[in-house]
Design a protein around this ligand. Structure first.
Ligand code: HAM
Length: 430
């Protein structure tokens, strides 16, 4: 038998009941964003390659080996966006007057040509936040606090914050020079990649996982050694503000992050629930030049697939079942069907989630269908009920069934469903 077509490797279809978990996370994220006064921005999925090469740095892993780049028929070099920040900055640069202190977020697919494994996909989704404006320690801390609120609203299990500083853009040449100086004597002990990184992107030597490199890195001075006192003080301020915001974190002097646009505060959030690919989110303060305009801000990106994986089982099950309870209408004959069609329209207008079989199946088949669709209640109308001006309301969970005058139906459904509404309205409480 021919195999049915599958999505490309590293890309997934997302469907029920998982898609309801996504929707719950997305809905709660939008609520949190609105409370912190962040607005959504939707930028294109395809961008000119230059938008990324310039801001991520041409020695970054993403630009070197992970971009889906291609030439359009018109000969333009374009790519599927591997992350959100650079595209949002392109948009900001074009509207700098209004957006210089904008608070933006985005949610959507990103693409990286990585080797797929659990938690690492070629099409994945990020919820990203970008808070524009020049270096201000309190702002960095507020963005981290926003992220912590989000994780709380998502009811994620325990997460670990690792924080570090890269110093200012002005410190950078001194940090590079200092590191190269100390590494020069150990060149032979480094892996081949790190020997190359020493010349191209020396900071990345610090987060190499090879045992040989780790041994060398342990002997190095902390990178703050080569930073201006103001940069070290900046980091101190961020840490103090985080204590005030009540965010638990640890300082990891070897954290560097893989993108060139960062300066000052950088952080990563991991979750033990994730296994090998344990980075749930990464972020930091950045400064980049876009089309001759200097843009500064602070932000983070959360891998949505990984957030889903990090949800405790009980929470995930609850989020999956978060849709409104379903009501199915079942009719025995044409007269009942006509009344049910009218009822379908009314119930939907009132906000009930309602469906009915439209292809003329027997009552038995309609009941079976209602069970298969997961109906919480069935409204049944046979010939006797049509004549009596009544309906049967069946609770599919308890199996209980009672007859009501048709005009009492919406009232009965409302009071039965109030219980469910109460359940969902507590969601937004922190
Ligand atoms: P990033 O660390 O490259 O940062 O990605 C952020 C998060 O996206 C990661 O922590 C991870 O959860 C998720 N992620 C990355 N690659 C994959 C993949 N192949 N499969 C599944 N999930 C993945 C950025 O993208 C920056 N733009 C974040 C930022 C925003 N910094 C400042 N503003």
């Amino acid at each position: 038998m021919a195999k049915s077509p599958q999505p490309l490797k590293g890309m997934s279809d997302i469907f029920s009941p998982e898609v309801e978990v996504w929707q719950t996370l997305e809905r709660r994220a939008r609520e949190v964003m609105s409370r912190f006064d962040f607005r959504e921005v939707r930028t294109p999925v395809v961008e000119p390659v230059s938008v990324y090469v310039h801001s991520l740095g041409d020695t970054s892993d993403i630009v070197q080996k992970e971009m889906y780049a291609f030439e359009t028929r018109g000969g333009k070099q374009v790519c599927l966006r591997p992350e959100g920040t650079a595209g949002v900055m392109r948009y900001v640069a074009g509207n700098l007057q209004e957006l210089q202190d904008a608070r933006l977020y985005y949610l959507g697919p990103m693409f990286r040509a990585e080797r797929p494994q659990a938690g690492r996909k070629r099409q994945f989704h990020q919820l990203g936040v970008e808070c524009l404006g020049g270096a201000a320690p309190l702002q960095d801390a507020e963005v981290i606090a926003l992220q912590a609120s989000l994780f709380k609203a998502w009811e994620l299990g325990p997460v670990r914050y690792r924080l570090n500083t890269r110093g200012s853009v002005e410190d950078f040449p001194k940090v590079v020079e200092g590191l190269r100086g100390e590494l020069a004597d150990h060149r032979e002990a480094l892996c081949e990649d790190c020997q190359r990184r020493m010349d191209t992107n020396v900071l990345r030597v610090l987060d190499c996982k090879q045992p040989g490199c780790r041994g060398v890195v342990e002997t190095l001075s902390p990178i703050t050694t080569w930073m201006a006192p103001e940069s070290v003080a900046y980091f101190e301020e961020v840490r103090k503000a985080l204590d005030a915001f009540g965010v638990d974190y640890e300082v990891d002097p070897l954290l560097v992050r893989g993108l060139d646009y960062y300066q000052h505060t950088i952080w990563e959030v991991s979750s033990e629930a994730l296994g090998a690919q344990d980075a749930l989110s990464g972020g930091g303060r950045y400064r980049m030049n876009v089309g001759g305009k200097e843009i500064e801000g602070v932000g983070f990106g959360i891998g949505m697939e990984r957030a889903l994986m990090a949800l405790p089982e009980e929470v995930r099950a609850r989020f999956a079942g978060n849709a409104l309870p379903l009501i199915c209408l079942v009719s025995q004959n044409e007269a009942a069907r006509d009344q049910n069609l009218e009822r379908l329209r009314k119930l939907r207008a009132l906000g009930f989630r309602t469906r009915m079989e439209l292809s003329g199946k027997s009552m038995k088949a309609q009941m079976k269908g209602a069970g298969r669709h997961g109906a919480r209640f069935v409204v049944l109308q046979g010939e006797a009920e049509v004549n009596a001006g009544t309906v049967q309301l069946r609770d599919m969970e308890s199996g209980e069934q009672r007859e009501l005058p048709t005009e009492d139906l919406t009232g009965a459904l409302k009071s039965a469903l109030e219980l469910f509404e109460l359940k969902t309205s507590t969601e937004s409480e922190e």
